[in-house]
Design a protein around this ligand. Sequence first.
Ligand code: SF4
Ligand code: FES
Length: 390
Amino acid sequence: MAEEIKLFTITIDGITIEVPPGTTILNAARKIGPEVAPPTMCYYSKLEGSGGKCRTCLVEVAAGSTKDPRPMPKLVASCRTEVMDGMIVKNVTSERVIDARNGVVEYLLINHPLDCPICDQAGECYLQDLSYDHGVVGTRYEFKRRTFIREDIGPYIQLHMTRCILCYRCLMVADQLTNSRSQGILLRGDASEISTYISKAIDNDFSGNMIDVCPVGALTDRTYRFKNRVWFLKPVDAHRDCDKCCGKVTLWNRGDEVFRVTSRKDPYGEVQEIDGKAAWICNTCRFEKKKTSDWVIEGPTQIARHSVISTNHYVEKVIPPDPLNKVLSGREPMLTMNIKNVSEVNTPDIDLSLIPGPATSTTFIERNEIKDIEQADIERLLINDHKQLP
Ligand code: SF4
Ligand code: FES
């Protein structure tokens, strides 16, 4: 008979649980729930060796263990510190932790641009959430900030290094999920940057997962950039038979259009485990299956994390009675004008999810004008428009 493992008792913010030896403080807190778990910007449970870089998960150890109940002198990174039997930990109940976290957020924001209004990650960005909880209005930084030119790494991903917080998650995806790592962190300290060694394209089947693990908007999906805001989209779970990956994804729809495809996420923003395995998805499912007919829809995605995406929550919605129906005694109201028919913008025959880049003025150029313009001219106009985008 297998020897029974003695569990360790740990108390986090006054809640006591038992966990197996070897569990980190962070994972013990995650067993209690997202309200108690410290925030993470670099740790990712499905990536081996992640954590220990960002310091957002700092906690106070008020008692080391039952045998040695002395407090630890410094705050510790909960993603890298294992529990001891009888340990007492303070997270949100510690003023020292909140003060340190405020400092970490201020440090992360030194170089991160405040371009949330135009960033594709807005609404699902962990740095944005942290800034709301711990950010300050001003900055004490007086030096020139780092800026980089945006770089297309492969046909599907764009790297905007100015937004990168150097969490290393994307490098771990490249190392652990793809056959060859063709990018890395170059230079040191303030000059560090993610690079693909002379812009070498990443054409591996699983490279798109870097977009999902990036906690900020540094790596974005080129097929989705600037096409929509995440809070206008309706996420649904869907699957297809795929010979490369599990084929289980979240589709982000607006009406019948599929604007983007991502892996399914858990309450910590990490890719879900399905049948005991991390459900990473391949580039074919992510970038090339953008029609509803490509998928079997399972139903609305439950957004567990605290996010603007969960506003407009449409599961079990209650529609208030429409007083017009009563007045009209069941007759249909007569439309005096259908805005879609007369609008010169938003032309209904343009499928925004299928155009090659973000929509620009030339996307909506009048149909009859298009007939008069050579195709080559249109392409030139589109290219120039895209060059001017931020
Ligand atoms: S690009 Fe994103 S995932 Fe990669 S190191 Fe920077 S912040 Fe992390
Ligand atoms: S999540 Fe622990 S140091 Fe980054």
